[in-house]
Design a protein around this ligand. Structure first.
Ligand code: SF4
Length: 77
């Protein structure tokens, strides 16, 4: 598997900014791709995306919605 992939921790809707501020209208069993960590500062803008050159020939879709755990890692939750 690819090296350098960040280990992600499990998150829940109870840790989500939208749930904590009664802004979530979804009734899901697990966190969704909109997950944002609930911090005292509120919502923080995402960090600048890193530009990564692909070395291998593309065999999969170029982009997919991140998981809730990847969102948590991206936004520092
Ligand atoms: S992770 Fe998604 S479903 Fe869960 S509280 Fe946040 S916005 Fe709602």
């Amino acid at each position: 598997m690819a090296k350098g992939r960040v280990a992600v921790k499990k998150v829940s809707c109870e840790q989500c900014y939208f749930r904590c501020n009664t802004l979530c209208a979804l009734a899901l069993d697990e966190p969704c791709a909109s997950f944002r960590p609930n911090t005292p500062e509120g919502l923080r803008p995402p960090s600048q995306l890193r530009f990564v050159f692909r070395a291998e020939r593309r065999t999969q879709a170029a982009w997919a919605f991140p998981s809730a755990e990847e969102q948590a890692a991206l936004h520092g939750g």
